[in-house]
Design a protein. Structure first.
Length: 129
């Protein structure tokens, strides 16, 4: 029996499989204790996980967004969000001892755990392909 969904335009099967893989790869983010996790937070986390120790401006340049937007994203995934309420606790920003005006981001133990979960999920996906 056919449904109306069978008649809708679709993307190629390879693209469908890619979408499923991305969804599975992002599963560790969905398991965080947070009702809504914007894509901007995921991007900020992945940038920090990919290269710890950069400044807000450096991460903003990598993401091609303004430093003020990156500041908000990093605050929200840090210990305290921009409203001073508990954040996600995935990163911490540490004052640069050589330039006290700057802060450098690094993963917290919770952030490292999430990064390792993402890595394990992606390794599993690569093995099954």
């Amino acid at each position: 029996m056919h449904t109306i969904a069978d008649t809708w335009p679709s993307i190629p099967e390879e693209a469908v499989e890619t979408a499923k893989d991305v969804l599975l790869a992002l599963q560790p983010f969905f398991e965080l204790d947070h009702a809504v996790l914007p894509a901007a937070y995921i991007r900020a986390f992945l940038l920090v996980a990919g290269k710890e120790g950069l400044t807000v401006s450096e991460y903003a340049d990598l993401a091609r967004i303004s430093p003020s937007v990156m500041t908000r994203n990093l605050l929200d995934i840090g210990e305290l969000n921009r409203q001073r309420a508990p954040g996600l606790g995935l990163i911490e920003q540490v004052r640069d001892p050589f330039d006290l005006r700057k802060h450098r981001a690094r993963l917290t133990p919770k952030g490292r755990k999430l990064a390792l979960e993402l890595n394990a999920t992606l390794k599993l996906l690569r093995r099954t392909k």
